[in-house]
Ligand binder design. Sequence first.
Ligand code: PMP
Length: 282
Amino acid sequence: MPNITYINGKYLNYEDSKIHVNDRGYHFGDAVYEVIVFNKNIFYDFDGHIQRLFKSLKSLEIKFSLSSSSLKIIINNLIRLNKAIIGSVYIQVSRGVAERNHSFHGLNIEPILTIILTKKSNIQNDLNGVKAITLNDNRWSRPDIKTTQLLPNVLAKTLANKNNAYESIFIDNEGYVTEGSSSNIWVLNKENQLITRNLDGKILSGITRNSISLFAKKNNITVVEKKFTQIELYNAKEVFLTSASSFIMPIVKIDDQNINQGLVGNISLELRKLYFDNFKHS
Ligand code: PMP
């Protein structure tokens, strides 16, 4: 548990870290967020996450004045104050505090920046692979914006956990995979093509996804960005998910279907290693 958090210019003790009852993030999910993992002096994909934060803010017309270098200073201060070595940084920016009213037209309020650390004892290393379940994608039509409005994702992840699974995979109305409740989904098909859904507005442009795509291509693995079906998911040679918190996590069972006979695949392992190696040297 971290001791110190950051709220709009102040480093606060955990007990004093309070948000106003009229925060629009609280009322409407009118807020955006990012999660960045750090390990000793390494941040994984720091710039990508910060750039996406600014993109999300722009999509929602939230006027935010801090620069990415100021954000980095604050995050480094927090890590130092909390004496954290390994963990994740949660950054949230809400539109601000205002009397409850759906419209923000004409509102002149200051956004609320909250930064919270979660300490980890080590970087997750469960390489037996995990189980996933599938369910209908019932989210709003803009899952490409990273907002805190996550109730369908919360329900989906809870359902996964109730079924002893690690992740829920959303399927659209036409039977195509969109993404996980908090991850992007990849399949390796029988022709050794690595497939992940294209950025058609129905998935989040995952920062880990972007890095993995680059590393795979550099290592002569064919990457194809296109829609793939639930059937292709079940029949894949390998399936894995990517996200900032789980990096590259092999999926070895989906619903009642074993993937790769329930074993972690070589390409998943290779990509996971490439990901870590890349940041080791940066
Ligand atoms: N899709 C969803 C819905 C997510 O919540 C996440 C995790 N933020 C991802 C994909 C993966 O994105 P990233 O690699 O940037 O963490």
